[in-house]
Design a protein around this ligand. Structure first.
Ligand code: HMH
Length: 221
C-alpha cells in the first residue's frame, strides 16, 4: 500500500503552522544553548500539570479504541503510551526537585487551563475515535519533533537539559509517534469526509495550543 496518508497530506498543506509548533523560539533556544533556566523551570512546572490532565485523555482514547477499533493492536500502542506517562510523572517529580521547582505550588496559567479544557472536550463520547486519535498523535508528535531537533548534530543543548530532550526526542518515542500516526491514518482512510474535516480542524487546534503552551515559558507571560 503506497497510498499517501491523510496525515502526510495535512503536514504538507499546513507545513508552516506545524513548523511554528516544532521550531518554537523556546525549544530553539534549548538547542542553541541560550535558554534561560528560569524559562525552562516555568515550562517544567506547567507541563507537569498538563501531563496529569493528559492521562484521562489517553484513557478516553483507549475506551474509544476498545469500542470502535477494528485492529486489536491499537490498544497495545495506546496502553504503552499510558505506561510511559506513568514513568513521565515520576520523572517530572525527580526533575523538578533537581531544578528546585515545587510542583505542589505551580499555578496553571491560562494557556494551560485552555489546553486542558480542550483535552476534556475531546474526551466526550460524542467525539469519534479517528478525531481523538488524530489529536493524540499530534500532541505527541509536536514534542517528539521539537526535542529530537535539540539532539541533532550541531545542537548546543546544555548537559542538564539533555535528559529532557531525550525523553521525547529518543528513537523509541519516535517509533511510538509513527505508530500513532499509522493508526490515525488507517482510521481516517475509512472515515467519511466530514469526520476527516473535523479531524483536520482538531489537528490545527492542537498546533495552536502547543504554540501557546511553549509561549508560557516566557517569563513575562
Ligand atoms: C504541552 N504537549 C504538551 N506537553 C507534553 N508533555 C506533550 C505534548 C507530549 O507528551
Amino acid at each position: 500500500n503506497n497510498k499517501v496518508g491523510v496525515i502526510e497530506t495535512w503536514l504538507r498543506k499546513h507545513r508552516l503552522i506545524f513548523t511554528g509548533a516544532t521550531r518554537h523560539p523556546f525549544t530553539l533556544s534549548i538547542r542553541d544553548g541560550t535558554v534561560d533556566f528560569k524559562s525552562f523551570k516555568k515550562w517544567l512546572g506547567q507541563d507537569y500539570i498538563f501531563v496529569r490532565a493528559f492521562v484521562p485523555f489517553i484513557a478516553s482514547v483507549l475506551v474509544k479504541a476498545s469500542k470502535e477499533s477494528d485492529d486489536s493492536s491499537d490498544i497495545e500502542v495506546i496502553l504503552s503510551g499510558m505506561a510511559s506517562l506513568n514513568d513521565e510523572i515520576a520523572w517530572f517529580k525527580k526533575e523538578a526537585s533537581r531544578f528546585g521547582v515545587s510542583l505542589t505550588s505551580v499555578v496553571p496559567q491560562k494557556a494551560n487551563v485552555d489546553y486542558c479544557r480542550f483535552l476534556e472536550s475531546l474526551m466526550s463520547s460524542e467525539v469519534e475515535y479517528p478525531v481523538a486519535m488524530t489529536a493524540f498523535w499530534a500532541i505527541e508528535a509536536v514534542y517528539q519533533e521539537s526535542f529530537a531537533h535539540c539532539l541533532e548534530e550541531g545542537s548546543k543543548t546544555a548537559e542538564e537539559l539533555k535528559e529532557t530532550c531525550q525523553r521525547w526526542g529518543n528513537e523509541g518515542f519516535g517509533r511510538y509517534c509513527q505508530s500513532l500516526q499509522n493508526i490515525a491514518n488507517r482510521c481516517l482512510e475509512k472515515a467519511p469526509d466530514d469526520l476527516v474535516s473535523k479531524a483536520e480542524v482538531v489537528f490545527l487546534r492542537v498546533l495552536e495550543h502547543e504554540v501557546e503552551f511553549w509561549n508560557l515559558s516566557r517569563l513575562e507571560a
